[in-house]
Design a protein around this ligand. Structure first.
Ligand code: GDP
Ligand code: CA
Length: 321
């Protein structure tokens, strides 16, 4: 058996981030791993505070997520939504019946004065998730997308309009005045390895990195700390979702190299898929060490294998027979 000794901070959005986070959680003990999650996608629906990326992470680590979609709960039904629809409420955002309980409980605890970090810890506790899942901030940050159809809230663009509008800008409302959550700041200080998960660089890691002090702190080269990112782009396309199209719309190259350029100041090692091996020299040219690996995570074995590769890069693996 090999044991990794050291502290890991993973930065993640929803589905792509949760795949790698699950792999890391299978190898690392709860005190070794902190998963910081984007809350720029949060939105109020039917009076309830919904945190889509936190929920994806929570359900994934709790073993409750829907394997087909990667988000939502397995065996979910949508009867509450059907009834809301009869009442004429907007029901384009898919909220399952069991999922609804998460949002009700979150909203209730927030109203009682708990922070989003405290609420998330409580939900984790009750669902048996031992690894720390922490919102990037307890302050409100909202991602807005400037498009050919006007300025849209993130879920409006993502779910209601199915990412169809052409994107002209992405902004993170409230980010300038938001502080990283306490748990995030603490993990940032402690981490021996920072992993930027294969998440959407504009919609998922973007809001995390724009929080005051975060990018500056990650940009500092610190001895004994390795910063590793995994490309969400493979073969010039996103595995799923609009990442490639948004990158193109905003003038980035929708390639692993394009993502590496966005992270070059905050990452030492950039993991790209085997299919993109030809991009390695150009990534090396940015002063970032390219590592080629299988990065498509379909099965749990895939997720653990990629997590292991990342931890091996970080050193600190002790092999004992
Ligand atoms: P979201 O908040 O649910 O959109 O999730 P993320 O931002 O965390 O993840 C979305 C990104 O994950 C997309 O850009 C996908 O290309 C990427 N992604 C999804 N699955 C995989 C995978 O198995 N491997 C890699 N390398 N990227 C993936
Ligand atoms: Ca998301």
């Amino acid at each position: 058996m090999a044991h990794f000794s050291g502290k890991v901070l993973a930065l993640a959005g929803g589905v792509g981030g949760a795949k790698l986070a699950l792999g890391l959680s299978r190898i690392l003990s709860p005190d070794q791993l902190t998963i910081v999650v984007n809350t720029g996608d949060d939105e109020t629906f039917h009076g309830l505070h919904v945190s889509p990326d936190l929920d994806t992470m929570l359900y994934t680590l709790a073993g409750l997520s829907n394997p087909e979609t990667g988000w939502g709960l397995a065996g979910e039904s949508f009867r509450v939504l059907e009834m809301l629809n009869r009442y004429g409420a907007d029901t384009w955002f898919n909220l399952g019946d069991m999922d609804m309980a998460t949002h009700i409980r979150r909203t209730q605890l927030l109203r009682e004065g708990a922070t989003l970090s405290e609420v998330t810890a409580e939900l984790c506790l009750k669902l048996g998730v031992q690894h720390r899942i922490i919102p990037m901030s307890d302050d409100s940050v909202r991602t807005f997308i400037g498009t050919d159809q006007g300025e849209l809230a993130m879920q409006d663009y993502f779910v209601r309009l199915r990412c169809e509008p052409t994107v002209a800008s992405v902004s993170y409302m409230g980010a300038e005045d938001a502080r990283p959550s306490e748990g995030f700041s603490h993990a940032l200080e402690e981490a021996d390895l920072v992993a930027l998960c294969p998440s959407n660089p504009l919609l998922s890691t973007g809001p995390i990195l724009v929080l005051p002090t975060v990018r500056e702190e990650l940009a500092r080269k610190r001895s004994g700390r390795l910063r590793v990112a995994v490309s969400p782009i493979i073969g010039g396309a996103a595995v799923r979702g609009p990442a490639a199209r948004i990158m193109t719309d905003l003038g980035h190259d929708a390639t692993s190299l394009g993502v590496a350029k966005m992270y070059q100041d905050i990452c030492d090692t950039f993991v790209i898929d085997e299919q993109d091996a030809k991009e390695a020299p150009a990534i090396a040219g940015l002063g970032v060490k390219p590592v080629t690996a299988p990065t498509i995570m379909n099965t749990e074995e895939d997720k653990v294998a990629l997590a292991r590769i990342i931890l091996e890069l970080g050193g600190g693996f002790q092999h004992d027979e």
